[in-house]
Design a protein around this ligand. Structure first.
Ligand SMILES: [Zn+2]
Ligand SMILES: [Zn+2]
Length: 658
């Protein structure tokens, strides 16, 4: 009997899938895209409706030959690539290149690599989805057009080898603008006055608690204290008043569980809670999705597909979650009806949220098979998914007004009445959490003891730099990010040294400022957030079949080409002279930008080719070396300091010595 061929993207996925299929299916891997636009030319015939001249990626030629061989004696070919646009296009392009017209080509789609999902998918194969393929092509072509025409302009103005792209340039702009806000920020001084109080008569342990109240009003007007002298004067005035409870308000509040993860929220939480970069999160998640060897059980896909913007959970999984919750935590944790969450308007409801493939596979029970990082991420995904189907947390806020002469203080406390989903997933109360303490039992009219009255100095804070987490959030809110783009966008601006990381926060380099400013000046449309968001939305509409992909490209290309032509005519290279003279010919040296940062070059280039690095001014700590330290970047984009006498002196350090 003839066998069938199944093609997936990766060996790990191939291994997990083959376990669930009977032996007449041979599963092989194509290792991602087989074809792409050519590297050295545009590869798009704009006049011919943006016809793309795809070529086989040189490194993949051998693999393609092998896949053709694999396909030869098979009856049917199943394309089981990932369930998003990218996966659809990889499968389709491969089908075109395999030239297997004599055989039946089928597309199978699943969002998790489990027995049930695989069997179901192979029972119901479908044709390729042309809309998805066109949406992916349109994005690839848009990005190519931008990169191809913009990059040479950056070379002319700034430095050779630089490149610009559509979405990542917008991300760079956000970071640059935030940095300018921070630079412009002037901190304002302000003072708080805090009273430490307790009850005059205390019987229970709770009653003996000291608690804190903050000065809020003077003669019914909000108080603002700007300096130490005022703070001291007011403190003096308050001191001799008696403190009386004036009003007590109790509010019961409900806090609903968070939605199960989609790509963006996973990346944010994984950064905030685990400190993982977006790229790291995606690499780990992909491993969990494709399958982990669980001892005797063999390779198992532990989570659903990790590129998704849908919060939908399959009915079977909901039922399993409900069974698990009532069994493990008790009926009071289980809502009457399953919780339903809203997704972005154009999100793919056919997709699913990121959840464990079985919630009964508790993190602890498979810990031994996971790396410590895989374990942390799996635990986060597992907890979030289970929590999302639990009851809300209930708590009680108590707000107390305390009068002291003409001054009014406020104290607040909160008690958790029912933890609900908070048992599993940390409750985020609100920003002023730190000031909410437990309060003793108080009654209106009651007099209190003043234990301490403390003025404290504070300053208004500048806006925070973006972290990878908050940048993903901003891109999502602005509508410019998509599940498949967040991680590569951040990766790109870092690897090009437009942006660097400092303690988890992103800040632009001098080069990043230059590139962003240039693009904003000459390509306001490309750098415009609303415009980029609209392009992304149109690509979504191509995918759902309600918009023509050629229209998207036309709408973009013609105005873009006009700004390119204008910029070509008007952009001039700026020359920055340094105060140093060329060691070879004595002419002035000029500052230039290279892939590895700034350097000095002879102004008589190309006649005189002398160039030198710009040193940090720090002397090399190697004994008898006398060189100076120079900032360098590794091929991976890490900054380090090396000696100017390299290769004679091989000193390097990740930090600049004091
Ligand atoms: Zn020279
Ligand atoms: Zn040295």
């Amino acid at each position: 009997m003839k066998k069938n061929l199944v093609i997936v993207e990766s060996p790990a996925k191939a291994k997990t899938i083959s376990k669930f299929l009977d032996p007449k299916f041979v599963v092989v891997s194509c290792m991602g895209h087989i074809i792409d636009l050519p590297q050295k030319e545009l590869g798009i015939q704009i006049e011919d409706n943006f016809k793309a001249d795809y070529v086989v990626i040189p490194k993949k030629q051998k693999l393609l030959t092998q896949l053709k061989k694999d396909a030869k004696d098979k009856e049917k070919i199943y394309f089981a690539t990932d369930p998003d646009r990218e996966g659809e296009a990889i499968g389709w392009n491969l089908k075109e290149k395999l030239k297997t017209k004599d055989k039946q080509s089928l597309r199978v789609v699943f969002h998790e690599i489990t027995k049930g999902a695989i069997e179901e998918a192979f029972k119901t194969p479908r044709d390729f989805d042309v809309n998805k393929i066109q949406a992916q092509q349109a994005r690839r072509i848009l990005d190519r057009i931008v990169g191809y025409f913009l990059s040479p302009l950056l070379w002319r103005k700034v430095s050779r080898g630089l490149s610009a792209g559509r979405v990542q340039s917008v991300a760079l702009r956000l970071i640059v603008e935030r940095e300018r806000e921070i630079q412009k920020f002037v901190a304002d001084e302000f003072w708080k006055i805090t009273a430490e109080l307790n009850k005059k008569e205390a019987k229970t342990k709770q009653d003996k608690l000291n608690f804190f109240a903050r000065l809020d009003k003077q003669n019914d007007k909000k108080i603002e204290i700007k300096n130490k002298k005022d703070a001291d004067d007011i403190t003096e005035k308050i001191k001799n008043n008696s403190f009386t409870v004036k009003d007590i308000q109790i509010q019961k509040k409900k806090k609903n569980p968070p939605a199960p993860f989609i790509t963006s929220s996973l990346q944010q939480e994984s950064f905030n809670k685990l400190g993982f970069s977006t790229t790291k999160t995606m690499v780990l998640a992909q491993g969990l999705y494709e399958g982990i060897e669980l001892g005797e059980e063999g390779s198992v896909g532990l989570i659903t597909y990790m590129r998704t913007d849908s919060t939908h959970i399959a009915q079977v999984a909901i039922e399993e979650l409900r069974k698990f919750i009532s069994g493990k935590y008790g009926k009071e944790y289980l809502p009457e009806k399953p919780n339903v969450y809203k997704s972005r308007a154009l999100a793919q409801e056919a997709h699913e949220a990121i959840r464990p493939t079985s919630c009964f596979r508790e993190p602890q029970s498979i810990k031994q098979y996971l790396s410590p990082e895989q374990y942390k991420l799996y635990e986060l995904i597992w907890k979030r998914a289970v929590a999302s189907q639990m009851n809300p947390a209930l708590y009680e806020f108590t707000l107390v007004d305390i009068q002291a002469g003409e001054f009014l203080f406020k104290a607040s406390g909160f008690d958790v009445l029912f933890k609900g989903y908070g048992t599993l997933y940390a409750l985020e109360i609100d920003e002023e959490e730190e000031e909410k303490t437990s309060l003793p039992e108080l009654t209106i009219g009651e007099n209190l003891n003043l234990v301490n009255l403390t003025p404290s100095q504070h300053f208004t804070k500048p806006p925070a730099r973006f972290s990878e987490g908050s940048l993903v959030k901003a891109l999502e809110e602005d509508g410019v990010g998509r599940p498949s783009t967040y991680a590569p966008v951040i990766q790109t601006i870092i690897s090009r040294d437009y942006v660097r990381r400092l303690k988890g926060y992103l800040f632009p380099t001098e080069l990043g400022f230059k590139v962003s400013d240039l693009l904003v000046e000459y390509f306001p449309k490309i750098m415009n957030i609303e415009f980029t968001a609209r392009m992304e939305e149109e690509l979504d509409r191509v995918e759902d079949g309600s918009y023509n992909w050629i229209n998207v490209l036309n709408e973009f290309y013609h105005p873009f080409k006009e700004s390119i032509d204008f910029a070509k005519k008007t952009i001039k290279k700026e020359v920055v002279f340094s105060d140093q003279k060329c060691e070879k010919c004595g002419k002035q040296m000029v500052v230039k930008w290279g892939r590895r940062g700034k350097f000095l070059s002879c102004s008589d280039y190309p006649r005189c080719k002398f160039s030198k690095s710009i040193t940090t001014g720090k002397i090399c700590p190697e004994p008898n070396c006398g060189g100076e330290l120079i900032e360098r970047r590794s091929s991976k984009g890490k900054i380090f300091y090396g000696c100017s006498n390299f290769p004679k002196c091989r000193f390097t350090s990740s930090k600049l010595p004091e």
